[in-house]
Design a protein around this ligand. Structure first.
Ligand SMILES: C[S@@+](CC[C@H](N)C(=O)[O-])C[C@H]1O[C@@H](n2cnc3c(N)ncnc32)[C@H](O)[C@@H]1O
Length: 327
């Protein structure tokens, strides 16, 4: 079987704040790590491509963004999402498991459904189904996607305001729960219930994809900044409870004129470990789950944006990983 890789865009960080960011719909998870630690540079390698001057500096009198002229959903997408790379990764992993390409995709916790959008762009036979509880984020995404997609791709993108624990919809090849959204389920029984339900939404050879994050800095109450082109993204681990495993994270944005959007997104989660997740996936009936761990860029000591199957990780400052669970 060929090696599964996902090449992710690198993020240019300042010398001492290399953040591995990751974002979530109503919030995001961004881990930052220091240069010495592997996780750092790209770790939450779901780091966003550096936006172009054109896309990111617009607005404001002098052409730069300000808090007043910025839209937090847009900043979020610019900061932490890499949909094209993730869809490519899912394709490769799915094919390696099933020997066919997937066509139908369910994006749980879809938020602005940018991942679903990338899915329908990828192949004209692809269909995506996004599920989210929040009508406002769905509406924002719907307006944005309509502007961006061709009419034929747009027709293949479907969203519903619904609960991932109960919305059935069509059976699909792939279910994805990304940007750690399922960390919202803090108790084992709740997460097990979600995993069991997600499994029922898959076709016979379907695959459930999850991402996860960790590393010693994820237990540390600190802010990590990442300078993008025209604004700064801040991942704030505001509270971690080592007894319950609960973590409270915020995303803030800061602008060149000194204005800020504080708590643009807030995430009240449990920080699950990979071992717990794999055990729960097995309990939910998945026949196998495989972890994809990011390789190391030996020049920087950070992540290299390439995720490969692994059973041994590194105890680094911050990491993200993917899990593929086979029905
Ligand atoms: C962290 S965001 C993730 C958004 C998107 N996956 C992304 O990567 O940007 C979490 C989203 O999950 C949604 N959500 C939370 N609980 C949910 C549930 N039980 N069913 C459906 N959506 C839910 C929220 O409305 C929010 O849009």
């Amino acid at each position: 079987m060929s090696v599964i890789e996902m090449n992710r865009p690198r993020v240019k960080n300042s010398a001492n704040t290399l953040s591995r960011a990751k974002a979530l719909g109503k919030g995001a998870a961004n881990l930052a790590a220091k240069t010495s630690a592997k996780a750092s540079v790209n770790a939450l390698a779901k780091l966003k491509k550096k936006p172009t001057a054109k896309s990111s500096r617009k607005n404001g009198k002098n052409g730069w963004r300000t808090a007043a002229t910025s839209d937090h959903h847009e900043l979020y997408e610019l900061s932490v999402q890499t949909p094209k790379e993730e869809v490519e990764f899912i394709d490769k992993v799915f094919k390696s498991i099933t020997n066919r390409l997937p066509a139908t995709f369910r994006e749980d916790f879809c938020g602005t459904h940018i991942l679903s959008s990338a899915w329908v762009i990828r192949r004209p036979t692809n269909h995506a189904y996004g599920v989210d509880l929040d009508p406002s984020v769905l509406a924002w995404g719907a307006a944005r996607r309509k502007q961006q997609l061709s009419p034929s791709a747009h027709k293949r993108l479907h969203t519903v305001q619904g609960n991932v624990l109960s919305h059935k919809g069509d059976l699909v090849d792939v279910v994805a729960a990304f940007n750690f959204s399922y960390y919202i389920f803090k108790k084992r029984a709740e997460l097990l219930r979600y995993f069991k339900f997600a499994r029922t939404r898959l076709k016979k050879d379907g695959v459930f994809f999850l991402d996860c994050y960790g590393g010693y800095e994820s237990f540390s109450e600190q802010n990590e900044e990442r300078n993008l082109d025209g604004f700064t993204y801040i991942w704030d681990t505001a509270k971690y409870n080592p007894i319950s495993g609960e973590v409270l994270n915020h995303i803030h944005f800061k602008f060149p004129d000194g204005t800020q959007i504080r708590k643009a997104f807030t995430y009240d989660w449990r920080l699950w470990t990979i071992a717990e997740l794999q055990e729960l996936l097995a309990d939910a009936g998945f026949k196998r789950s495989t972890v994809y761990w990011e390789g190391t860029d030996h020049a920087t000591g950070g992540g290299n944006g390439i995720f490969r199957k692994a059973t041994q990780g590194e105890a680094c400052a911050g990491w993200i990983a993917y899990i593929a669970a086979e029905k």
